[in-house]
Write a protein that binds this ligand. Sequence first.
Ligand code: 0O2
Length: 231
Amino acid sequence: MNSELILKQTAKDNHYNMPAEPSQMINVALQFQQLLMLYESAIKQLKTKFEILEDEFESKHERKPINNISSRIKEPMSIAEKLQRKGFAITIDNMVTKLYDIAGIRITCPFISDVYHVYRMLLNQDDVEIIELKDYIKNPKKSGYRSLHVIVKVRVSFSDEKRDIPVEIQIRTIAMDFWAALEHQIHYKKDYKMPPDVDEELKQIADTISQTDERMEKLAKNLPDFIDYSN
Ligand code: 0O2
């Protein structure tokens, strides 16, 4: 089977709305590529903002509330799977209008209060609009997952237009990130049913990690030279 037939068969098997003609397919591929450029630009702009803030702390010799910044563009299969799961047809239009996490940035922070400080710094940015806030630290997920999720629209200037591009920013402590990274490998989105004790054990580990985060913060705040970004 040639690649065009394979694509069409895959689309049929998965109920995708694939264009029938090769010229249409090329058109969709080009649109997809252009969109990725937009999302990558939004990531670049936001990452630079956070890096500038980091440099500012460095220059003032202050403790940095940011430990690490990473980013990703959602995989095409993951985009298709999410659209399908949400009951939308797999089209470029739905990808743009229904999904806000195609571009993603993850920031890890030393302490829990730093997570909220980074969020407050985000609120101060003129070209960033907060669309949605999900606080999975105050309200952890059933799995035990903790993180602050902020959907923003960042205004990016191109040669002849300005575009507001959605980005999902996940902000969490190093400890929360440790749990999420390992849970992602052993459990998250596995297509078979886990024994119930695995779920329970992972949740208990998440709770232990959360208590450790709180103890670390309490300990640090009792030290006279600790720079506290709580307020
Ligand atoms: P990836 O690998 O990051 O691309 P959804 O839950 O997907 O229907 P929504 O509302 O966007 O829709 O979800 P949510 O829960 O607010 O955020 C989803 C993202 O949070 C996931 O992205 C993960 O990165 C992270 N996440 C949520 N729950 C868990 C969890 O239990 N364990 C781990 N390790 N991560 C979690 P994606 O797109 O699913 O995956």
